[in-house]
Design a protein around this ligand. Structure first.
Ligand code: 1GP
Length: 252
């Protein structure tokens, strides 16, 4: 089964999917292995790995550790072409459609396409939208593109619909890693009611209740990264899984 089909299947069966984002600069080696073991037994559906600013060289080793520890898919969330590695199961082929920086919309993709073909890794075409979330995020700064104002859900919905009409297979509403404010529920609601492709929501989600509210308002996949960089929060992975998998168990 392709990773995209697995994601769709997970959404159908569990109500929504739960992906954990690994930043190999922050979590690697034996600590990463311990975290993946925790995720694996706590209901996480898969892993994203990568980021818009990676300073270290841990990506390949970190993918290997995840693959050796869990059978769940590992999906590259690339911040640059150098992060396209064949050992992962798939790659989010993200086009930064909220901005007007051509390099981030199509330029890098032209460079990456032959490498993706050569490696055989599964590309999942994703319309990536930065949403204003308080202060400037790394994703916003590094991509040189403005986010969509958080009080303009109609812009987000029109942008997402354009992406769907262009053939993109998922929409990612991104507050940015460690965002002060997560993507507002009004925006998730309007975007999800306007589109038929899965809606990923991430950035600044720190409570299971928040994740649950995003799903109830139309999010199909929740991504959590920053919150789990603190080992103290690992025991709440299962609470997030229960809050996100609304079809398995109602959240109370
Ligand atoms: C960032 O959406 C992801 O690209 C996850 O955000 O790290 O804030 O959980 P956090």
């Amino acid at each position: 089964m392709s990773v995209y089909n697995y994601i769709q299947d997970t959404i159908t069966k569990k109500g929504a999917g739960f992906l954990v984002l690994i930043d190999p600069d922050k979590t690697n080696g034996s600590r990463l292995q311990k975290f993946i073991e925790t995720c694996d037994k706590s209901g996480v559906d898969g892993f994203l790995i990568g980021g818009s600013l990676m300073l270290g060289t841990n990506l390949k080793d970190s993918i290997d550790i995840i693959k050796q520890t869990s059978t769940k898919p590992v999906v590259i969330f690339p911040g640059s072409i150098s992060q396209v590695l064949p050992t992962a199961d798939a790659l989010l082929y993200i086009s930064l459609i909220s901005g007007r920086n051509a390099e981030q919309i199509i330029g890098k993709h032209v460079m990456a396409a032959p490498i993706i073909k050569e490696t055989g890794i599964e590309p999942i075409s994703t319309g990536y939208m930065l949403i204003e979330s308080g202060s400037v995020t790394t994703a916003e700064y590094m991509s040189g593109s403005k986010p969509i104002p958080r009080n303009k859900p109609e812009i987000a919905a029109a942008t997402a619909l354009a992406a769907e009409y262009l053939g993109m297979k998922m929409i990612y509403l991104e507050g940015g890693s460690g965002a002060e404010m997560s993507v507002p529920k009004e925006m998730i609601k309007l975007v999800s009611s306007s589109c038929s492709v899965p809606i990923i929501v991430g950035g600044g989600i720190r409570e299971p209740e928040t994740a649950n509210a995003k799903v109830k308002n139309g999010a199909s996949i929740i991504v959590i990264g920053n919150h789990f960089e603190d080992e103290y929060n690992w025991e709440s992975v299962k609470d997030f899984a229960e809050a996100i998998h609304v079809r398995h168990r109602a959240f109370v």
